[in-house]
Ligand binder design. Structure first.
Ligand code: KIV
Ligand code: ZN
Length: 484
C-alpha cells in the first residue's frame, strides 16, 4: 500500500486505503506497509486509522532516518517502522551528499531511537543491489546490533539478475543471526517475481510485493505471482487465502484506476480463457491439459472464447453454456460464421455468437430477450451530467438514472445500478470510434461478471459512445438472463 501507491498517477483517499487494508488482511498477508506518513496529512491519517482497525496483519509505516518521519510513523501507532537510507555510492553522493560513515551513523541512531519506543524495526539499505557489498555487510551488521529485526534488500532500480539476488541474499543471511532477511524487487526488466523467488530460495523469509505488481515505474513484484509460484511450483506453505486473489486484484485495480493487463499472470482476464480449437478440445476433456492449476484456486473461472481460432467442440460447449442446443449441421454453419467474423479482424463476443445462433435457430435476438434500451435522455447540470436510461426489463418499462462528469460516466453509472440489481458487475469495457461521413460509429465491447466469476462479453455499435456502452451491457444482461 506504500510502494504500490507510488505508481505514477495513483492517489488513494483515506477510506480507499482502509478498504484495501481490510481486503489485504482478509487475504491473509502477514504485514501491511500502510503508508509513508510524512507524505501528507491524509496519508498519516490513513496509516493511523489502519493501525487502529484491529487487523490480524502487522501494520508498518515507512520512514527516512529523519526524526520527523520517525515521530510521525510512531504517532500513527504502527506495530513496525520500516526505516531506510540509501547505501549506493551514486545515491550517497548525488542524493544525500553524505559519506558511508554518516549513512551508518544515521541508520544506527534511527533504529535505536525507534527501538526505544517499543516498535519492531525493519531496515532497508536503499539501492542495495548497486551498493558495495562489503559496505552493505557493514551497515546491515550495524543495523542488527542497533536492534533491527528485519533486514530488507531493495533492488531499487530493478537491475539485479536472479543469480545476483541469490548471492546477495545468501551473504546477508550469513550475517543475519536470527533476523529475518527480506527482498524488495522492482520490475524494470520484468524480473521482479523471478528475483523474489531467487531471494526466497537463498533464505529470505519475507518478500515485499504489491497487488497486480503496481508501483514506481514498471512496478514491484506482484503478490499473486510470487505467492502462486512459491505455492504451486516450489511447494511452500503460504498463509495467503489464494481463492481471494482475483477479488483483491479487481478491488485494487478499481480503486487505483490502474487496469490489469488481460494477459497478466494469475489474475488477468485471459489467465484462464481458452480460444484455439486444439486447446478448448483438450480443456473440455481434462482442464489440466492446458491449465497449470484450477482457476478456482485463485478465485477465477475458466472461460471459452469464440473467435477465428475456435473449433467446433469449444463453440458447441459455449453455445450449451448460453442455452443453445444445435445440430451438427447448424454447428458447422455457426462455426464458419464465427471464423468469418474473426477473419474480418473482429473480436467475437458472446452476444455475436448469440445473434448468429439466434438467426440460425430462428429464435429472438439477444438485444431484446429480457431487457431493451428504449431511449436515453441527457441533462447538463453545470459540471455534471445526468442521464435517464429508458429501459424495458422483464416487460416492465423503467427509467434508471446515472450521474457523472460526462454522458459516458453517467451511462456507466446507470448501467452499474441496473447490473447490481441482478448481482452482476461491469468487469471492463472498451470503445473503438470510427469516423463515418460527418458522424462517428462507436463500437463498444463490455465484459460483465457474475457473482460466481463467469464473464459474459457483448458488443454494440451506435453513433454515441454512451449509448453503445449501455446497449452492449444490456445485451450481456440478456445473455445472462437466458442462462440463469
Ligand atoms: O525501492 C526501494 O528502494 C524502496 C525502499 C523505500 C525500500 O521502496
Ligand atoms: Zn521500492
Amino acid at each position: 500500500m506504500r510502494d504500490g501507491e507510488q505508481t505514477p498517477g495513483v492517489a488513494l483517499t483515506v477510506d480507499e486505503k482502509i478498504q484495501i487494508a481490510r481486503a489485504l488482511d482478509e487475504l491473509g498477508v502477514d504485514v501491511i506497509e500502510a503508508g509513508f506518513p510524512i507524505t501528507s496529512p491524509g496519508e498519516y491519517e490513513a496509516v493511523k486509522r489502519i493501525s487502529r482497525l484491529g487487523l490480524n496483519a502487522s501494520i508498518c509505516a515507512l520512514a527516512r532516518t529523519n526524526i520527523k518521519d520517525m515521530e510521525l510513523a510512531l504517532d500513527a501507532d504502527v506495530d513496525r517502522v520500516h526505516v531506510f537510507i540509501a547505501t549506493s555510492d551514486i545515491h550517497l553522493k548525488y542524493k544525500l551528499g553524505i559519506s558511508r560513515e554518516e549513512a551508518v551513523r544515521r541508520a544506527v541512531d534511527s533504529i535505536e531511537f525507534l527501538r526505544s519506543h517499543g516498535v519492531e524495526v525493519e531496515f532497508s539499505a536503499e539501492d542495495a543491489t548497486r551498493s558495495d557489498l562489503d559496505f552493505l555487510e557493514e551497515i546491515y551488521s550495524a543495523a542488527i546490533d542497533a536492534g533491527a529485526g528485519f533486514l530488507d534488500i531493495p533492488d531499487t532500480v530493478g537491475i539485479a539478475k536472479p543469480e545476483f539476488i541469490r548471492d546477495i541474499v545468501s551473504r546477508v543471511v550469513s550475517i543475519a543471526r536470527d533476523r529475518i532477511v527480506s527482498v524488495h524487487c522492482h520490475n524494470d526488466f520484468g524480473l521482479a517475481t523471478t528475483n523474489s523467488i531467487a531471494g526466497v530460495l537463498a533464505g529470505a523469509r519475507q518478500v515485499h510485493v504489491t497487488i497486480n505488481g503496481i508501483g514506481e515505474r514498471a512496478g514491484n513484484a506482484s503478490l499473486e505471482e510470487v505467492v502462486m509460484a512459491l505455492k504451486i511450483l516450489y511447494g511452500y506453505e503460504i498463509g495467503v487465502r489464494t481463492e481471494k486473489l482475483v477479488e483483491v486484484s479487481r478491488l485494487v485495480s478499481r480503486l487505483t484506476g490502474v487496469p490489469v493487463q488481460p494477459n497478466k499472470a494469475i489474475v488477468g482476464r485471459n489467465a484462464f480463457g481458452h480460444e484455439s480449437g486444439i486447446h478448448t478440445h483438450g480443456i473440455l476433456r481434462n482442464p489440466a491439459t492446458y491449465e497449470p492449476f484450477p482457476p478456482e484456486l485463485v478465485g477465477a473461472r475458466r472461460w471459452l472464447a469464440v473467435g477465428k481460432h475456435a473449433g467446433s467442440h469449444g463453440i458447441r460447449a459455449k453455445l450449451a453454456e448460453m442455452g443453445y442446443e444445435v445440430s451438427e449441421d447448424q454447428l458447422k454453419i455457426i462455426v464458419s460464421r464465427v471464423k468469418m467474423l474473426g477473419d474480418m479482424g473482429r473480436r467475437v463476443t458472446d452476444s455475436d455468437l448469440a445473434e448468429i445462433a439466434g438467426e440460425i435457430l430462428g429464435s429472438k435476438s439477444c438485444s431484446d430477450i429480457y431487457a431493451r434500451v428504449e431511449g436515453m435522455r441527457i441533462e447538463n447540470l453545470g459540471e455534471r451530467v445526468r442521464l435517464a436510461m429508458m429501459i424495458t426489463v422483464g416487460g416492465i418499462q423503467r427509467e434508471i438514472y446515472g450521474e457523472g462528469r460526462s454522458a459516458i460516466e453517467a451511462s456507466i453509472d446507470a448501467i452499474r445500478k441496473l447490473l447490481r440489481q441482478h448481482d452482476l458487475e461491469i468487469d471492463s469495457y472498451s470503445v473503438r470510434v470510427e469516423q463515418v461521413g460527418d458522424g462517428v460509429n462507436a463500437e463498444s465491447i463490455v465484459v460483465i461478471r457474475t457473482n460466481n466469476g463467469r464473464q459474459i462479453t457483448a458488443a454494440s455499435i451506435k453513433q454515441d459512445i454512451y449509448w453503445a456502452i449501455a446497449e452492449a451491457a444490456v445485451r450481456a444482461l440478456n445473455i445472462y438472463s437466458k442462462t440463469y
